[in-house]
Design a protein around this ligand. Structure first.
Ligand code: MG
Length: 120
């Protein structure tokens, strides 16, 4: 079964583009207007946030301990929507997801040293 441990990001990009082509979205390759994709991504992010609205600390503890699988399933669905638009944005703008995430990790590591740790 496909999972994070055995599926390259390129394969996810390919499958999202194939879905767009099947649905007739975007150009002949399934690439959508990145402006529209970025806006849609924000809408999906709001849908994701709705599942966290007004949670009290006990609710968060239940989420973290696996005590609310129904809510986690709803969160996972919205997370997938956000990520699918992210992959579409990456495709439209020829962004290499791995390269950019590793680059940002390096930037954050350099910019935000731990307390009492010298800056790299
Ligand atoms: Mg959604």
């Amino acid at each position: 079964m496909p999972s994070d441990s055995n599926t390259p990001i390129a394969e996810l990009k390919r499958q999202v583009l194939a879905m767009c082509r099947r649905k007739g979205w975007g150009d002949e390759n399934g690439v959508q207007n990145p402006q529209h994709v970025a806006m849609a991504m924000t809408v999906e992010m709001s849908e994701l946030l709705e599942h966290f609205q007004w949670l009290d600390p006990a609710d968060v503890d239940r989420l973290l301990s696996g005590g609310d699988p129904a809510r986690v399933a709803l969160i996972a669905e919205e997370f997938a929507d956000v990520m699918m638009y992210g992959l579409q944005l990456a495709d439209a703008l020829h962004i290499d997801v791995t390269e950019q995430i590793l680059r940002k990790i390096d930037i954050v590591d350099r910019r935000m040293p731990k307390p009492n740790e010298p800056k790299r």
